[in-house]
Design a protein around this ligand. Structure first.
Ligand code: CP
Length: 313
């Protein structure tokens, strides 16, 4: 694995999950492995968890992280090949990526989708330009279509909280939101749960079908109530429409999960990647109650990132 941008194989995923759990027990076990090395964390979009957890992960390995908020502090990037740069953009992505490749040992990039240009977003254009022109290992900190560090932390969280002998029943449940939200977390969660051999059911309103590239092998259940009945883990997430690309088609608040949704399934755990719109996506009683794993997921982001950086080092 030269870059970390997506689910690669069950063997690699299981190795990373086990390493992350080991780092959680002893965060400085491999301190010094990254001595003298630098990781550049390039943000084209906001972040709290990804920014802080990846820096801590680097420090735990003795590596120096340098954060560049390129959206606010860098030059406006030109993305188009052959562009005549006589308008707003100041630096071409290939020049910026090439320079960063000479400064760092690993680059990590956050680049959200436009949600307007479907083909560019599906091609993960910005992430792939950084991979192409930096010439060094690249970690996705959430790209246009995937959020693999989040999914790895989610797999760690499920493994830690699953005592059964069979693979858990996992439900990905769409939730309402006031803004058009990317598909990356939902796509990656489906990719990783299916890749890890879990039983995945996805429930969403009509029109919110995800890209089938990520959901092959999942059960699609239009009735949320039925989907939740036998779930061990319920992952709550909004995403905008994929078919009618980037559109909000539904704001029905009945899709917000509350304690009432678990009358027939009192032991189910609830997950969300955060940030969450309280009382829009999930109720306060769920987020502040015993079935919520959201804080554990966020904590596990450190050890997921640490396992990935260690692997690439
Ligand atoms: N879950 C997640 O990626 O959080 P941030 O956007 O705050 O990094």
């Amino acid at each position: 694995m030269k870059n970390f941008t997506q689910f690669e194989s069950t063997t690699i995923a299981q190795g990373l999950i086990e390493k992350a759990i080991a780092y959680k027990h002893d965060p400085r076990a491999d301190f010094g492995r990254g001595t003298g090395k630098k990781i550049g964390l390039i943000f084209l979009n906001p972040s709290l968890r990804t920014r802080a957890s990846t820096q801590i992960a680097a420090y735990n390995l003795g590596m120096d992280p340098i954060v560049i908020n390129m959206d606010k502090e860098g030059w406006a990037l030109e993305m188009k090949e052959g562009a005549v740069m006589n308008k707003g953009s100041i630096e071409h992505i290939k020049d910026a990526a090439g320079v960063l490749g000479t400064y760092f040992d690993i680059l990590a990039i956050r680049a959200f989708p436009s949600l307007t240009n479907k083909q560019d977003d599906i091609s993960d254009f910005i992430l792939n330009q950084f991979i192409r022109y930096s010439g060094i290992p690249v970690i996705s900190l959430e790209s246009a279509i995937r959020h693999p560090l989040q999914s790895l932390a989610d797999m760690v969280t499920i493994q830690e909280n699953w005592k059964g002998t069979k693979p858990p029943k996992v439900v990905l449940s769409w939730a309402p939101h006031i803004k058009a939200i990317p598909h990356a977390v939902a796509n990656s969660f489906a990719e990783w749960t299916l890749g890890c051999g879990f039983d995945l059911t996805i429930t969403h309103p009509e029109g919110y079908e995800l890209d089938p590239m990520f959901t092959k092998g999942a059960t699609i259940e239009p009735l949320q109530k039925r989907a939740l009945e036998k779930a061990d883990f319920v992952y709550v997430k909004n995403w905008s429409a994929f078919s009618e690309y980037g559109k909000i088609l539904n704001m029905d608040s009945h899709w917000m999960i509350t304690e009432n949704h678990f009358q027939k399934n009192p032991s189910a755990k609830v997950m969300h990647c955060l940030p969450v719109r309280r009382n829009v996506e999930l109720s306060d009683e769920i987020l502040d109650g015993p079935r919520s794993l959201v804080q554990k997921q966020a904590e596990n982001r450190i050890y997921a990132a640490q396992a990935v950086i260690d692997h690439l080092l």
